[in-house]
Design a protein. Structure first.
Length: 132
């Protein structure tokens, strides 16, 4: 059910399904965009399977999204791959536009991504990338 919706949805790039522990990624994304989505959803899986306090903490899963966005950019930075980093910044830019267009549906994600982007470590990563 969810996977079929994902195949035909322009709103969701991927998701972690608790019931089966699998990560689903939308078709039509490029190689590096898929990797970015995987890294984000992998953090959700790590939090869920590891019993992190963020999982299921509140209705909008704000803290879970903070963990996922943080884990995603840290993994991208660790790869030190130009193409992956370029895809990552393109991805978060388009995600912000999408979420700002429908703030009600994306409240937790938008709030979490903005919080992560304000951190000192993220700004250092962003500055380092922009100087390449």
């Amino acid at each position: 059910m969810y996977f079929e919706h994902l195949k035909h949805s322009s709103e969701v790039s991927g998701f972690y399904e608790e019931a089966d522990g699998l990560i689903y990624i939308a078709s039509g994304l490029g190689k590096y965009e898929k990797e970015c989505v995987f890294l984000h959803e992998r953090m959700h899986r790590i939090c869920h399977q590891g019993g992190c306090v963020c999982w299921g903490l509140d209705d909008d899963n704000y803290l879970a999204e903070v963990h996922a966005y943080t884990g995603e950019w840290e993994a991208v930075a660790a790869e030190d791959c130009h193409a992956l980093t370029k895809a990552y910044f393109k991805s978060i830019s388009s995600s912000l536009k999408k979420m700002e267009g429908d703030k009600k549906a994306w409240t937790a994600n938008l709030k979490a991504l903005r919080k992560v982007m304000r951190t000192k470590k993220f700004k250092i990563f962003q500055k380092k990338w922009s100087q390449r």
